[in-house]
Design a protein around this ligand. Structure first.
Ligand SMILES: Cc1cc2nc3c(=O)[nH]c(=O)nc-3n(C[C@H](O)[C@H](O)[C@H](O)COP(=O)(O)OP(=O)(O)OC[C@H]3O[C@@H](n4cnc5c(N)ncnc54)[C@H](O)[C@@H]3O)c2cc1C
Length: 548
């Protein structure tokens, strides 16, 4: 049920969750289900997703070339950033839990963590509406003629959520729940002192519209405030670490997202009708897409970062593709009004690359391609915007059997990529960039993929730029901030990280973080699906504690 602050202050809650994004909502629903007689408080800063808020207003990004603006990175409101997320659900890989390439000792979790999350994958799939918890195909037909898996594989898939907007999808359930109390329009601003048992007993809440503060009490607290805000809450609370020899050295550091983009085409040599370039639909109706990935051994031997590639449309902003449908889509995307309706700003920007040149050539492409240049976008529009399960993106058959190849790469956990408080404690300062290791690994991975495809006689890569320009192109065009990992990382000891394997903050007995900021490595995977599984796991853990 939705509740007012005066009522909240009179209740002692068993569990208080800060933040109602997917992590907070999954945790609240799972825990409430397992503990129907306990009271759970779910505090959400945003009242509706469009208003400005003091949190985003107090974030400063030092490198806007590689990091999106705060308002483009997250949404504040019930459902959190799923108000604009794409819905791509991807699984972390075994390699992400063992030291590899430039990651080495910064891989502060281990394979046992992955194994402990596996039992919760199907529940997470159910919350995200993305079908079966199966992310690898068994004995699939090759992605392209003559392809066979070895050091490069083609059997991994991404699954697509509706995309599920958690606020809409679970709002009614939260409203009708007897034991979940949702308090909207308040944000956690400070954390109370530790008591003699190393427990936090209260958190201070501040309303979005007034200056007054209110204290709420609970037996256990979980920060589900997203990567940046969960980190901010800990940075503002050095008193939580008074039982450790010092504040965890890694807090706020090793901030990671992904490098991502297109620097090459793949030209397959075989029959174009045998290339699986499109989204496919699983038996349960979920959209899926195949990905090229390297085997664990290949990643270790070549000392590269984990990376995935998928077949994609050519860059839409470049009229050289000579495709009327793509040019029409591009012209829609540069229209200030339509782009706001059709895509979140961060995604629209990456599609258009903020370029407005070649408009005449785009118009010419549209005219030359009539009527398909208009009828195909209309079909795509219906499938993508008017259906409950939405087409995740645009794909087009290439009769030349030549596709752009989109990479999505793990990032090095670099100490200098950080989220820190400004000197007066009022601002969150974000420093984020790509290291030479990030860039080198992307280039080396393309070379390895090219070598492999040629070796098996399946195809080759054709670069979009001179090879000498590739480092600059990747550095100038890659951008993240949507995926926020590393800054409150899991570790086996308090010296190496911020939370333990149960996601409990080192030095405390009852404070937890459930955000992708606990992931020490960023994988090739978008983080939200794995985070959802971690939220289900945390609910099970807290329920077990509640029973003892
Ligand atoms: C445009 C876009 C596209 C994306 N696409 C994908 C994708 O395809 N696949 C994928 O895996 N991920 C994607 N992501 C990332 C994904 O949205 C996030 O990983 C996910 O939403 C994180 O969930 P969360 O619950 O940890 O945090 P959030 O969703 O950010 O929710 C946190 C909530 O906490 C609230 N909050 C914050 N601070 C406080 C406070 N102090 N007190 C009270 N409440 C607070 C916020 O208002 C918010 O509602 C995308 C993100 C964006 C912006």
């Amino acid at each position: 049920m939705f509740i007012e602050i005066e009522t909240v202050k009179a209740i002692d809650y068993q569990l208080c969750i800060i933040g109602a994004g997917p992590a907070g909502i999954i945790l609240a629903l799972e825990y409430a289900n397992a503990n129907p007689h306990q009271k759970i408080l779910l505090v959400e800063c945003g009242k509706n997703v469009t208003t400005t808020n003091p949190l985003d207003d107090s974030i400063r990004v030092s490198n806007s070339q590689n990091h999106h603006d705060p308002y483009d990175c997250t949404n504040k409101g019930l459902g959190g950033s799923t108000a604009s997320w794409g819905g791509r659900c991807v699984m972390y890989d075994d390699i992400d839990f063992i030291p590899h390439g430039p990651v080495q000792s910064n891989c502060t979790w281990g394979p046992e963590f992955l194994e402990s999350v596996r039992p919760y994958l199907q529940s997470a799939c159910d919350y995200f509406n993305c079908g079966r918890a199966q992310f690898e195909l068994e004995n699939p037909k090759p992605i392209a003629e003559n392809f066979r898996s070895s050091s490069v594989t083609d059997h991994h898939i991404e699954r697509w959520s509706l995309p599920t907007r958690f606020g809409t999808e679970y709002g009614r359930q939260l409203k009708s729940s007897e034991n979940i109390h949702v308090l909207a329009g308040y944000y956690a601003s400070n954390v109370g002192q530790l008591d003699a048992n190393n427990c936090v007993n209260s958190v201070e809440l501040r309303s979005l519209n007034e200056e007054s503060t209110h204290s709420v009490n609970a037996e256990k607290f979980v920060f589900c405030a997203g990567g940046q805000e969960s980190t901010r809450l800990l940075l503002k609370s050095p008193h939580l670490f008074k039982n450790l020899s010092s504040i965890p050295a890694s807090l706020g550091k090793y901030y990671q997202g992904h490098s991502s983009g297109k620097i090459a085409f793949v030209k397959f040599y075989g029959n174009h009708q045998k290339t699986e370039f499109a989204f496919t639909m699983d038996t349960d109706g979920t959209y899926c897409r195949r990905r090229f990935q390297f085997s664990k051994d290949a990643i270790i031997q070549n000392r590269i970062l984990n990376i995935a590639f998928w077949l994609d449309i050519p860059p839409v902003y470049d009229p050289a593709h000579r495709n009327g449908t793509l040019s029409f889509i591009y012209l829609m995307m540069i229209s200030p009004v339509l782009r706001k309706i059709l895509l979140p700003p961060a995604i629209a920007r990456s599609l258009t690359a903020e370029k407005k040149n070649g408009i005449r050539d785009h118009v010419w492409n549209v005219l030359r391609g009539l009527p398909v240049s208009l009828t195909l976008p209309a079909v795509i529009f219906v499938k993508r915007y008017l259906r409950r399960r939405k087409l995740p993106g645009v794909y087009l058959l290439s009769k030349e059997n030549r596709y752009a190849i989109h990479f999505h790469s793990e990032q090095v956990p670099a100490e200098r990529n950080q989220i820190a408080l400004s000197e007066n404690g009022q601002q969150l300062e974000i420093h984020y960039e790509y290291t030479d290791d990030d860039i080198d690994s992307v280039i080396q991975s393309h070379e390895l993929l090219d070598e492999y495809l040629r070796h098996i006689g399946c195809g080759e890569l054709q670069y979009l730029h001179d090879k000498s320009d590739l480092p600059g192109v990747i550095r100038n065009t890659s951008k993240d901030g949507l995926h926020q990992m590393g800054t409150t990382r899991i570790s086996k000891t308090p010296e190496d990280g911020v939370v333990n394997f149960d996601l409990r903050v080192w030095g405390t007995e009852n404070l937890y973080v459930c955000s992708s900021s606990v992931f020490p490595t960023s994988s090739q995977a978008n983080p939200t699906f794995f985070l959802g599984a971690c939220a289900v796991r945390l609910a099970a853990h807290l329920s077990k504690l509640a029973r003892t």
